[in-house]
Design a protein around this ligand. Sequence first.
Ligand code: HEC
Length: 124
Amino acid sequence: MKKLIIATLLIGASLNAADKGAELVDQKCTPCHLFSSSSAKLTNGKMGGPPMWGIMKKIRNKYAKSDDRIAFIRDYAMNPTEEKMLFPAATREYFGVMPSMKDKVSEEEMQIIAEYLNNYQAVK
Ligand code: HEC
């Protein structure tokens, strides 16, 4: 019985984290990054950055471990620089370097966002 309760709590907690992750990504990232074809919330009808599945493909190609992918997303979104970019110079010339999310997202929220992206963003 105790095991069942713990299992239920754990499942509940991870579902909540996923819900929270989805909500945060929708609020903070999809204004510039397409997440899925159903989340086309584009600023002025135009893409503000590469689609999230393209970003995750780059990150997965570079980092084999989940922890490394999560760390990269967290660091990049808070402190983006030209040197850290996985995308080529053409991406920067077209979109500019991403603005830091420091004022818009807390460290705790960024951890949730990074875990969510690592778990749920399909690679196309
Ligand atoms: C105001 C627009 C804007 C918002 C909002 C935004 N981004 Fe970005 N992002 C960009 C642009 C432009 C690029 C491409 C240039 C670059 O890589 O810096 C980018 C690139 C990235 C990259 C890839 C960096 C690389 O080149 O390796 C990651 C990771 C990323 N964004 C994560 C996020 C996350 C997570 C959020 C939400 C918390 C977010 N972005 C919100 C504009 C935005």
